[in-house]
Design a protein around this ligand. Structure first.
Ligand code: PLP
Length: 425
């Protein structure tokens, strides 16, 4: 029965029952974690053979004769560029393969905008103020980067097809201080939505008051399908920008963090020839070259896009039951209450949950008290400030299935209790 149809007496009775159930959960003394989008131990094991792909007995010379044990080759060995280019859908010549983290590359590129400017434009540090578009709900670590430079973050609603493009176009047309937008175009973190072709076209072709406006195209989940038959295909941002006459507008990113080993994968950026030349010049000052042995190890283990797809199917086999369990438990526990909505992603790492306004912080606090750590409420908004206090990111990948089931049981109880409390307030 929908909670909205209950009178005060019924709600009070329900609260007492939920408080008893909650106390039982607390008494179990559990310690479960659904906070961050990390692969499970079983997923990490899938990539263990990669550690044997490069060893003391291996040929450690790259295709072009580069000795991967030594300094040099700033932008990645050719075979790693070919691999990441194929995976990301970009020409290898437009791709650089760097270190172990795409987020690191994003941070460096925002820094470059602040300190040096892009392609001759004024460094943002010399301007009166810089703003950034932040589709919400979004990825907390993106927001942390722009926040760290004091960039004013403007939330824009993220719908089923991508950001609200009417709003994006309206904002960027008149305001030259808006310098960029965070985008996770495929299986967005956390809502799992996929940008439509029309959204890609509009982002690439919209009129921007700032010549140095950049789309930060973080395609972190480009190969992370849960269901091969429903695999998403996002339009090519490079081609869309070129066709629109804005070839320099995008930086595209991906990594193998959730393909092989987070923190020990390889990360790549793709961009126009002019942007790549500028990136290489900077990186040539930052480092004498990234870890080419790891690049070689990845190429020998994954081979090509087909090899990646086959490997990702093994991940999907481990992840599908978890996402299906989360959906089933939310459906069974909350569908009737009318006080919750959640995403049903076809890929990626998260389920985005929306409770009643004013319940997210309380739900997460109740869960924590009962031994279940969730991503902090509000984390999906700039400055961790969700004005509705309703959105919670569920990260079901890390815990084993049995633990996930226990954690979701507690989460559902906490959502109900927080909702009844709000209705009685
Ligand atoms: N981008 C998105 C959208 C993510 O969700 C994550 C990790 O959760 C990252 C980037 C981190 O990528 P990397 O490990 O390559 O720095």
């Amino acid at each position: 029965m929908s909670y909205a149809d209950l009178d005060r007496t019924q709600l009070e009775e329900l609260r007492r029952a939920l408080e008893r159930e909650y106390a039982d959960h607390c008494a179990k003394g559990l310690s479960l974690n659904m906070a961050r989008g990390k692969p499970s131990a079983a997923q990490l094991e899938l990539s263990l053979p990669m550690l044997d792909a490069v060893n003391a007995a291996s040929e450690l010379i790259a295709q072009d004769g580069t000795d991967c044990r030594n300094y040099g080759v700033m932008d990645g060995i050719a075979e790693a560029k070919a691999l990441m280019g194929e995976v990301m859908g970009h020409e290898p010549a437009t791709v650089c393969v760097f270190g172990n983290s795409s987020l690191n590359i994003m941070f460096d590129l925002v820094t470059q905008g602040v300190t040096h400017g892009y392609l001759g434009a004024a460094p943002w540090k010399d301007l009166d103020g810089v703003k950034w578009l932040c589709p919400v709900p979004g990825y907390d670590r993106h927001f942390a980067i722009t926040e760290s430079y004091g960039i004013e973050m403007i939330p824009v609603a993220l719908g089923e097809d991508g950001p609200d493009m009417d709003e994006v176009e309206r904002l960027v047309a008149d305001d030259p201080s808006i310098k960029g937008i965070w985008c996770v175009p495929q299986y967005s973190n956390p809502s799992g939505i996929v940008y439509s072709d029309e959204t890609v076209r509009r982002l690439a072709s919209m009129t921007c008051a700032a010549d140095d406006f950049r789309i930060f195209w973080d395609n972190a989940y480009c190969v992370h399908h849960l269901y091969e038959e429903r695999a998403a295909h996002v339009a090519d941002i490079a081609r869309a920008c070129e066709e629109a006459g804005n070839p320099d507008r995008y930086f595209a990113f991906a990594s193998t963090s959730k393909v092989t080993f987070p923190g020990a994968g390889i990360a790549a950026v793709a961009a126009s020839a002019a942007n790549i030349a500028e990136i290489k010049a900077r990186v040539g000052i930052q480092t004498v070259g990234y870890d080419k042995l790891n690049q070689l190890r990845h190429v020998r283990f994954l081979h090509d896009a087909q090899g990646v797809a086959e490997h990702m199917e093994k991940h999907a086999a481990l992840l599908r039951p978890k996402f299906e369990l989360v959906d089933r438990m939310l459906e069974d526990g909350l569908a009737d209450t009318g006080c919750a909505a959640w995403s049903k992603p076809d890929g990626g790492y998260f389920v985005s949950f929306d409770g009643m306004p004013g319940t997210a912080k309380r739900t997460v606090a109740l869960a924590k008290e009962a031994g279940v750590t969730m991503t902090g409420a509000g984390a999906t908004w700039p400055h961790k400030n969700d004005p509705n206090d309703s959105n919670i990111r569920i990260a079901p990948t890390l815990p084993p299935l049995e633990e996930l089931e226990q954690a979701m049981e507690i989460f559902v109880c906490c959502v109900k209790l927080a909702s009844v409390e709000v209705l009685l307030a």
